[in-house]
Each structure stands twice: as structure tokens, then as C-alpha cells.
Design a protein around this ligand. Structure first.
Ligand code: NAD
Ligand code: UFG
Length: 341
């Protein structure tokens, strides 16, 4: 894509989407955000506009609603779509599987149908390391076997398969599947960041909300895993590095001749206690914790082999664990209630 292309960013008001929009605009792309605000606030877009110093066109709509999407393609020439829109809470997906299949899978099928109708056949999709299930070894390479243990993960697997089938049926489609490891951190300005609804499911927002006094104590889910200190090991990646991976994908997408499937991780695994210690050092705040039982469905270790991303996207993560913790804290400290004023 050349830098004057127009990119439709579904889910662009969300955590990873908002950071990606900043980088796209700074790089010179025209951006259009499409979001139903089911898990995001309009304030995030105002903050992004402040960072980039210009207003950003936003369409409030649902990817399951064909008419909402048609209006976008009717009124704009879209060159490529970065497709973040989706629901992502693993626990909720177990309780409400149909909600997840409808939103994530049906929504993506509808999006692709409308794209096809308007001749836009270029998509970068937010997949997840969850598609590797419980990997037989680490680091994880892109050709490892795929599986899922919950409806959220299965929705990602199904969408990957659907996009691969779409390419087989019509190889003029350009498809990049980005498998994210564990995004953390926030924009260096401290004005945009992760703002989960209710009590966070994920480790980093739980840590930051404990440090800011919203939560009293972090439960560490198990200390008897086969890892260096018994707690779960993950590949935490700074959200700005992750966002940058999307820029690289957009730069390369016109030249690909296959469905490109790429891990976006750092290649380094940190345990829950490593993260607590790094966060305490970065913030100067104590994070009280206690050891709790293992969480159902969790695995011991998950971290990427990121070498393929370097080879095909010329991308690698540059921000380490200290910067991840400092930036998460800067955002949380300045915005103890997230985007709520
Ligand atoms: P997020 O919830 O902050 O962002 C998703 C956005 O999509 C939200 O703004 C939400 O309002 C919007 N959305 C949801 N359903 C929609 C629909 N039907 N129509 C229009 N908009 C809709 O989540 P995020 O962390 O930014 O994740 C972005 C994508 O990356 C998701 O697809 C997620 O599954 C995937 N992912 C996230 C992680 C993670 O840990 N954050 C890891 C791997 C993959
Ligand atoms: N953890 C705790 N206490 C908490 C929360 C998490 O000890 O309160 C531990 C977990 O047991 C795990 C680690 O912290 O060992 C990371 O847990 P997260 O919930 O932050 O992340 P997961 O690796 O479980 O899953 C995340 C996303 C998934 C995505 C996956 C891979 O939630 O959607 O990364 O990208 F699929």
C-alpha cells in the first residue's frame, strides 16, 4: 500500500486499534474507524485525535450489519481493512458461545462479503496465540499444530480457516493473519491505553489497578507450573510494537502471494512474578499478591519464535519489559478510571 491509501480500521476505538490508528496517521495513511463501541469509549478517539493533531472520520456501526458496512464502502474508496473488531473475553465466551460466534465469525463473514462486493480484497486480521492451544514446546513457530480450548479461541481459528478458504477460492485476495501474543503497555503520552470493563481478566490491567488502589490484591493463578518460578510464562509485547507490526503488514500486503501468517511477539517469556517485580520497579508501587489456584484452561508457557516476522515483515519488537511496565503505569496513574471522566 502506498502512504496515501485509505485504511478502514474495524474496532479502531479499542485498545490495539487506537494505538494502530495513531501510527497509521503519523505515517500518512488516510484512516476511517468503524466501531460499534460495545467495548470502547468515544473518548479514546478524542484522545487519538489530540495525539495526531487532526480529526479522524468515525462510523458507528456493527460488522454484522451489512447496511452499516455498505454505507462505508459506498461513501469511501477503501484500499485495505485492518480488522480488529471482535469480542475477546475468554470466560464470557464459554458462557455465551453463540454471542462470540455471531459477533466474531458472522461479523467477519459479513465484512468480507461487503468488501468483495465493493472490490476491496485486502485484509489484515487480528488473530491470537490462543490458536496454538497448549503447544508441545516453546518457542512457538507459525507451523505448529492449531487447536482451541474455548469458543473465543475457536472463533479465531474458524476465521483463520475462512480467510484461507477465501484465498483458495480467489487468489486475488490479500490476507495477512497476525497472531498476537500478550499485548500490554500504552502510548508513551499516557493518554490512551487499555481500559477493560469491570474487573480485568488479564494480568497487566489487574496489576495496574491493584497498584492504583482500585483492587486490593492480585491473585497469582498457580505457582506449581513447570516454569522457572512455578508461575505462568507469557510473551508480553508492547502495544506500540504490536501496532507497528500492522504498519509493516500494510506496507507489504500488496506484494504477497499467499495467506501470510505471522507471530507478533518478542520471543521472551516472563512469569507472573517477573511481571509483578518489573512493575514494582517501574512504578515504585507495591503490588500485594497471593497465590491462588490455577485458572481453568491456562497453560504453563507460551512465547513466540518471532523470526518469521523479521524475515517477511522486517518487523521486530523493540520495547522491553521495563518500558512496558512504565507505560502501563503512566496511563493508569494519569487515568485511574480509564476513559471515564
Ligand atoms: P478491544 O475490545 O479493546 O477492541 C475491540 C474493538 O472492537 C472495540 O472497540 C469494540 O467496541 C469493537 N467491536 C467489537 N465487536 C464489534 C462489532 N460487532 N462491530 C463493530 N465493532 C466491534 O480489544 P483489543 O484488545 O484491542 O483487541 C483487538 C483484536 O485483537 C480483537 O479481535 C482481539 O480478539 C484480538 N486480540 C487481542 C488480544 C489481547 O490480549 N488484547 C490478544 C490476541 C488477539
Ligand atoms: N494471571 C494471574 N492473575 C490474574 C490474571 C492473569 O496470575 O489476575 C496469569 C495467568 O494465569 C497467565 C498470565 O497471568 O499465566 C497471563 O494471563 P492473561 O489473562 O493476561 O493472558 P492469557 O495468556 O491467559 O491470554 C491472553 C488473552 C487471550 C489471548 C492470549 C494469547 O487474554 O485472549 O493472551 O494472545 F488469546
Amino acid at each position: 500500500m502506498n502512504k496515501s491509501s485509505t485504511i478502514l480500521v474495524t474496532g479502531g476505538a479499542g485498545y490495539i486499534g487506537s494505538h494502530t490508528v495513531v501510527l497509521l496517521i503519523e505515517a500518512g495513511y488516510n484512516v476511517l474507524i468503524f466501531d460499534n463501541f460495545s467495548n470502547a469509549s468515544k473518548e479514546s478517539i478524542k484522545r487519538v485525535e489530540k495525539i495526531v493533531g487532526k480529526s479522524i472520520p468515525v462510523v458507528e456501526g456493527d460488522i454484522r450489519n451489512r447496511e452499516d458496512l455498505k454505507k462505508v464502502f459506498e461513501n469511501h474508496t477503501i484500499d485495505s481493512v485492518i480488522h480488529f473488531a471482535g469480542l475477546k473475553a475468554v470466560g464470557e465466551s464459554v458462557e455465551k458461545p453463540l454471542k462470540y460466534y455471531d459477533n466474531n465469525v458472522t461479523g467477519t463473514v459479513t465484512l468480507c462479503e461487503v468488501m468483495s462486493e465493493y472490490g476491496c480484497k485486502s485484509i489484515v486480521f487480528s488473530s491470537s496465540a490462543t490458536v496454538y492451544g497448549d503447544p508441545h514446546t516453546t518457542p512457538i513457530k507459525e507451523d505448529f499444530p492449531l487447536s482451541a480450548t474455548n469458543p473465543y479461541g475457536r472463533s479465531k481459528l474458524f476465521i483463520e480457516e475462512i480467510l484461507r478458504d477465501l484465498y483458495i477460492s480467489d487468489n486475488t485476495w490479500k490476507v495477512i493473519l497476525l497472531r498476537y501474543f500478550n499485548p500490554v503497555g500504552a502510548h508513551g503520552s499516557g493518554t490512551i491505553g487499555e481500559d477493560p470493563n469491570g474487573i480485568p481478566n488479564n494480568l497487566m490491567p489487574y496489576i495496574t489497578q491493584t497498584a492504583v488502589g482500585k483492587l486490593s490484591c492480585l491473585g497469582v493463578f498457580g505457582d506449581d507450573y513447570d516454569t522457572h518460578d512455578g508461575t505462568g510464562v507469557r510473551d508480553y509485547i508492547h502495544v506500540v510494537d504490536l501496532a507497528n507490526g500492522h504498519l509493516k503488514a500494510i506496507e507489504k500486503i500488496d506484494g504477497i502471494n499467499e495467506v501470510l501468517t505471522v507471530n507478533l511477539g518478542t520471543g521472551k517469556g516472563y512469569s507472573v512474578l517477573d511481571m509483578v517485580k518489573a512493575f514494582e520497579k517501574a512504578s515504585g508501587k507495591e503490588v500485594p499478591y497471593c497465590i491462588a489456584p490455577r485458572r481453568a484452561g491456562d497453560i504453563a508457557k507460551c512465547y513466540a519464535d518471532p523470526s518469521y516476522a523479521k524475515e517477511v515483515l522486517s518487523w521486530e519488537a523493540t520495547k522491553g519489559i521495563d518500558e512496558m511496565c512504565q507505560d502501563s503505569w503512566r496511563w493508569q496513574e494519569a487515568n485511574p478510571k480509564g476513559y471515564a471522566q
